[in-house]
Design a protein around this ligand. Structure first.
Ligand code: GRF
Length: 216
């Protein structure tokens, strides 16, 4: 079966992009990365992509008069790459409803919380401040509203009493690097279907084990 062609959009470090690229190189992976695009010319992740022979592009939002013009250029560059799926990986621009609807159910994002909790920024600080015992990360299809849309995969991690935002972020990031490739694999295998506001995954392996914090 032909591989699903995916573009990854980044703004900075690009560690999730690296996880997707590395997964895409493993035997039998059903997706290939055909483009890494950044809105920042100095995004650290661009070098990794280039070293891995993945075409890169820079579309600097500061060069465009408005969001529609910026998104129009994004659409052109992504379409020209042949990508059929867009993976947002730390891409720090809000996309216009026009763009999101044009690519409906073909744009996925990773967010470092258990959505719908803690949308937006400073999620780790807010999780610690709120006193939740678990947080985590979510891969979801995007909708025009920020950090909204059908959930494909989540991983939960405990919030420990001595955590600061950096420690918690690192614990979550490890899981991000597992669930983002997993979500891409499931989509590439054609096992992910959107029904209304939910995702259904065929032949999914599920577990009904509970995880409790604190113990004792
Ligand atoms: C990740 O925590 C991701 O969940 C969020 O932005 C961060 C990007 O990190 N959307 P990286 O650029 O993938 O390393």
């Amino acid at each position: 079966m032909a591989k699903l062609k995916a573009a990854i959009l980044i703004s900075g470090r690009g560690s999730n992009m690296q996880a997707l690229v590395n997964a895409s190189k493993t035997d039998g992976f059903p997706a290939e990365i055909v483009l890494v695009l950044s809105n920042n010319a100095d995004a650290a992740g661009l070098q990794f992509a280039a070293e891995n022979n993945i075409p890169t592009a820079i579309v600097n939002h500061r060069d465009y008069d408005n969001r529609e013009a910026f998104d129009g250029r994004l659409n052109d560059v992504i379409s020209q790459s042949g990508a059929r799926l867009i993976c947002l990986a730390g891409f720090m621009r809000l996309l216009t409803p026009g763009f999101v609807n044009q690519w409906r159910d073909r744009i996925i994002n990773i967010h470092p919380s258990l959505l719908p909790a803690f949308k937006g920024l400073h999620v780790h600080e807010r999780a610690i401040e709120t006193g939740v015992k678990f947080t985590g990360c979510t891969v979801h299809f995007i909708r025009p509203e920020m950090d909204d849309g059908p959930i494909i995969a989540q991983a939960a991690v405990p919030v420990l009493s001595n955590d600061d935002a950096d420690i918690l972020a690192a614990r979550i990031l490890e899981q991000e690097h597992l669930i983002y490739p997993l979500a891409l694999k499931l989509i590439g295998e054609g096992r992910v279907k959107v029904h209304g506001s939910k995702v259904q995954i065929s032949d999914a392996i599920e577990s009904n084990n509970s995880v409790i914090s604190p113990l004792g």
